[in-house]
Write a protein that binds this ligand. Structure first.
Ligand SMILES: Nc1ncnc2c1ncn2[C@@H]1O[C@H](COP(=O)(O)OP(=O)(O)OP(=O)(O)O)[C@@H](O)[C@H]1O
Length: 259
């Protein structure tokens, strides 16, 4: 579904990404981990059509840098971090905006568009919010509305930049659970996260970005080891298996001690 081939990217003379290659199939939750400023958002911009210095991004076999914005929007959508919003639109209107990529220049939304919006609200279990003002919702509810807007856009690949940032723990779990539901429906969801435990619990595939290169690209149990995480974040980290075989990541005991 998505193939990234030998990507290199620089801002001016400053190289950011070097020789990045990976392939991702549909129906997966993918977590991208890396320290602040390593280039996660830059990689996302390239997936969304910004031209790399070298290399290509292929979506369903098509080079995204040669596609129009409208063609890209029909296949891949970007979901930014939640920012508490003051939009005075209703939830229904916000989700309807996802249909814009499908409107002709002068066409008003029609019955089919309203149906797609209803389906998106239902998939995210937020039908009850349809007449509420977006600005009155909690951060977690707003995030679900933004995801529903992308579902209404009918793209099958979602790029999410820290979807759980700024959310309390229950809202984080609600959003992560919803991501799993979308994956079960066949979506490919790629999220940047700063919480390795989210990747341990919810990812099918993990990418590690370190000093501009991809240092790991595999299943969570292969990638998310104490050694790899300690090297990635340059602090001692331990990954432990629980009795039910789930894994959790913790700071190393020695790192907790105050000297
Ligand atoms: N438009 C730009 N022009 C020049 N440098 C930029 C630009 N955008 C980002 N950078 C720099 O490129 C590097 C990678 O930035 P990027 O936002 O991709 O990192 P990130 O991994 O997403 O960071 P974070 O985890 O903090 O969000 C940083 O050093 C940043 O300062």
């Amino acid at each position: 579904m998505l193939r990234v081939s030998h990507l290199n990217f620089s801002y001016g003379d400053t190289p950011i990404l070097r020789d990045i290659s990976f392939e991702l199939a549909a129906s997966q939750s993918v977590c991208l981990l890396g320290k602040n400023g390593v280039g996660k958002s830059t990689l996302f911009k390239l997936l969304l059509g910004i031209k790399p210095s070298v290399g290509c991004v292929f979506l369903e076999g098509r080079d995204v840098s040669k596609m129009s914005r409208k063609e890209i929007a029909a296949m891949i959508s970007y979901i930014p971090q939640t920012q508490k919003s003051t939009h005075q639109f209703t939830v229904f209107e916000m989700v309807l905006m996802g249909r814009t990529a499908n409107f002709q220049a002068v066409r008003q939304p029609g019955k089919a568009d309203y149906q797609v919006v209803e389906q998106a609200l239902e998939l995210l279990s937020i039908g009850r919010l349809r007449q509420r003002l977006f600005c009155d919702l909690s951060g977690g509810e707003q995030q679900l509305v933004i995801i529903a807007r992308s579902v209404a856009q009918e793209s099958r690949v979602f790029i999410m930049d820290e979807p759980c940032a700024n959310l309390d723990y229950s809202n984080q779990l609600m959003v992560l659970k919803m991501i799993r539901r979308l994956v079960a429906e066949g979506y490919l969801i790629i999220q940047a996260t700063h919480d390795p435990n989210h990747a341990l619990q919810y990812a099918d595939h993990v990418l590690l970005l370190q000093e501009g290169t991809l240092t790991a690209n595999d299943h969570p149990e292969v990638v998310l080891t104490s050694k790899n995480l300690s090297e990635l974040y340059q602090v001692p980290i331990e990954v432990h298996a629980l009795a039910d075989r789930r894994k959790v990541c913790l700071p190393s005991q020695q790192d907790k001690e105050v000297s």
